[in-house]
Design a protein around this ligand. Structure first.
Ligand code: DX5
Ligand code: ZN
Length: 219
């Protein structure tokens, strides 16, 4: 029985056939739909927003793992709850009052996630780790799919796992960016619980089979 969750990132889907790609994920062995919302300010790219999320929600049957790469995410917590997000992840670097934001996410009935850019040290979460359901370690600089995996991520996974254990927290570790069949096993061995994969899944010949492959390799 596999314990690692696989979250295909719809950023790499065919937006002209979004329903088809969402249904592929529904019918696959994936665990979550990963949805990247970018504002062109926090990151140098704009992806999609509420109307597209609404369309995705209409067809999705698995939990929506919404990754907000936006400034001042507090403004939209309720909006994303209403759009059906199960996990709402905000960036550490975008929050002045992170603890308050996490409370607001949970008050809306969602799991609270915090994403860290590649340069952000995991030790900065020491005082708030027990309040976080998912830490998303960015293994590329956020903003684009299809980038190369940053090798220092392994050190961050290990350091984060130590912090979680030290604090007796139940936090899941999610890895986002450049995940492939080549690094999946090493990531889960280091302590990762959720693997996000965009290009590796959607640019492959048989995405359903690729998800299965990742699931098997990750263990
Ligand atoms: C990047 C996004 C990722 C992206 C991953 O800013 O947060 O979720 O879709 O894409 P790949 O797997 O292609 O690196
Ligand atoms: Zn993401």
């Amino acid at each position: 029985m596999s314990k690692t969750k696989i979250a295909p990132s719809l950023l790499a889907a065919d937006f002209g056939n979004l329903q088809q790609d969402v249904e592929m994920v529904n019918n696959s062995n994936a665990d979550w739909h990963h949805i990247d919302v970018m504002d062109g300010v926090f990151v140098p790219n704009i992806s999609y927003g509420m109307p597209v999320l609404k369309a995705i929600q209409k067809h999705a049957t698995k939990p929506l793992d919404v990754h907000l790469m936006i400034v001042d995410p507090d403004r939209y917590i309720k909006t994303f709850a209403d759009l059906g997000a199960s996990i709402l992840t905000i960036h550490y670097e975008a929050c002045t009052h992170l603890h308050r934001s996490l409370q607001a996410i949970k008050a809306e009935g969602m799991l609270a996630g915090v994403a860290l850019n590649p340069h952000t040290n995991v030790s900065l979460l020491e005082n708030v780790i027990q309040d976080i359901d998912v830490v998303c370690l960015m293994s590329v600089n956020p903003g684009f799919g299809g980038q190369s995996f940053i090798e220092n991520t392994y050190n961050k996974v290990k350091a984060l796992k130590e912090l979680i254990n030290k604090k007796n927290a139940k936090t899941l570790i999610e890895i986002d960016g450049g995940v492939t069949s080549k690094n999946a096993a090493a990531l889960t061995n280091a302590g990762a619980d959720v693997l996000v994969a965009g290009s590796f899944v959607f640019k492959s010949e048989n995405p359903t089979q690729t998800i299965e492959e990742l699931k098997n390799i990750a263990g």
